[in-house]
Design a protein around this ligand. Sequence first.
Ligand code: DGL
Length: 272
Amino acid sequence: MAKIGVFDSGYGGLTVLKELRNKLPEYDYIYLGDNARTPYGNRSFETVYQFTLQAVKKLFEMDCELVILACNTASAKALRQIQQKDLPLISDTKRVLGVIRPSAEILGEFSKTKHVGILATEGTVASESYLIELNKFFPELMVFQEACPIWVPLIENNLHSSEAGKQLIEMHLKQLLEKSDKIDCILLGCTHYPLIQETISSFLPSNVAVLSQGEIVANSLKDYLERHEQMKKVLSKKGSILFYTTDDPQSFENKATVFYGEGVVCEQMRLA
Ligand code: DGL
């Protein structure tokens, strides 16, 4: 019963899970949201690494053979260390993948001006992971980042549609576009942001495309499984899904619908 684990600091990864289930419905998934310790965006590298490692180990214990860090902050601050340092000591066959590389692999294709914007948490921006990854695939691309530290708390607390919330969304978009007026493509580099995609688009000129990661990550995983026959073979295929949160399951069930698009049944899991 080898499953696919999907991890996020809270609800954001549900926007990725939704697309994974659309594209790859046959697999068995376990979603884990570390809602008790969200947001990760402003936390130190060490803390995000420790929290993410705990989650990955727990998902491995629960028979996940593959874990997707459906969180840019965790992908930026913990993935490399986990892949290089921890995974070789844990297992020869288990794998951990993130969301930054799949996004960086295709982002340049969406821009005519070769000027793109990245909206993300402070942690993701400070890690420069997007700059590094994009430079590998599209060295000619001009990349402008904007950290939006308040957006995740706004979204998690359902305040993004309030007047104050909209002002805070508009403020960061203005700040991003002030960095370059040639930006014609913006990546939502935080898995929470698809929830405010419409509001974001409403504040942008119509020639600016806004990309969210769910479908990108789902396509990338499909491709990965085609290229990794052994992993594909070992993953169980009963189409099941289990949801866990480190905080109150009732609150998770109440809020998750907005991110996932349908009702969920959730249990609590302790990580520390
Ligand atoms: N959803 C996470 C991401 O993609 C971050 C949220 C947080 O700050 O915890 O970066």
